[in-house]
Design a binder for this molecule. Structure first.
Ligand SMILES: O=C(O)CCC(=O)C(=O)O
Ligand SMILES: [Fe+2]
Length: 246
């Protein structure tokens, strides 16, 4: 982790040090400036715990979750979490890692429209029109290092991520390229191969029940993120990532 001198060093990655460099920002949250026009807003108590549990139970039960087979380095493998996709009508189709999720309608899930309205109130001008949902059933479910820089999101995608249920660590580290071309590590469309970059300690956010994290500016271009496995995470987490298809 990036850390202040006063913070004791932890044994990464199992006991990450919380992100140490926030400044006060929007809506009772804080802004972490990643440099070069990238930043992250984190609002730990965006929704009340009570309302958040209502949403958690609704989504866990009513979303048509699937665990698709995707392609990583050309090899088929089961995605290590459940997913679902919602999008407004007429948008360009989403496709990642050889998988084209079926786009469900917002109209079928009124609580999702409610949450979207809350996000838009906090971030007016965002105009999100699609949503990728993730369900991590336990600490074995994860998302590998990737960035959400698909072309259909434009050059500076803004991504708003809401979390319900089990707290998990969300890590962000600077992208670095190998000279050779290849496929991305983890998931996402084919692009330049990512160097492992293991020497750089990531930023870490422990994403709370009812929290909102927004990645902005050049974050998808210059940074990669992940939610790693956590043996001790025993219960279910539902995550919503709102995006704007251009
Ligand atoms: O679960 C999370 O917090 C992140 C999910 C994510 O990165 C994604 O869906 O692209
Ligand atoms: Fe992502």
């Amino acid at each position: 982790m990036k850390q202040l001198n006063l913070v004791p060093k932890s044994s990464f990655p199992d006991s990450p040090i919380p992100n140490p460099n926030p400044r006060d920002g929007v809506n009772g949250g804080n802004v972490t400036d990643l440099g070069n026009g990238s930043d992250v807003v984190y609002i730990p108590r965006f929704l009340t715990p009570e309302k958040s549990w209502e949403y958690f139970h609704y989504l866990n039960k009513h979303i048509p979750w699937t665990r698709p087979t995707i392609r990583v380095f050309g090899k088929p493998c089961l995605q290590p979490r459940d997913v679902c996709y919602i999008a407004s009508e007429g948008l360009k189709e989403l496709s990642y890692s050889g998988y084209k999720p079926n786009a469900y309608s917002w109209d079928d899930f009124p609580p999702l429209k409610e949450i979207l309205d809350e996000v838009h109130k906090a971030f007016p001008g965002s105009q999100f029109n699609s949503l990728l949902l993730n369900r991590y059933n336990n600490g074995n479910d994860y998302v590998g290092w990737h960035s959400d820089d698909e072309k259909l999101y434009g050059n500076t995608p803004e991504i708003a991520s809401i979390s319900f249920g089990c707290e998990r660590d969300f890590l962000l580290k600077k992208r670095s390229y190998k000279k050779s071309k290849g496929e991305v590590e983890g998931e996402g469309p084919p692009r330049k191969r990512l160097k492992k970059n293991n020497d750089v300690e990531p930023y870490s956010f422990n994403l709370k029940h009812g929290s909102l994290l927004v990645m902005r500016g050049n974050t998808q271009r210059d940074w990669i993120h992940s939610v790693p496995k956590r043996v001790k995470a025993g219960s279910t987490r539902v995550n919503l990532t709102f995006r704007r298809v251009m």
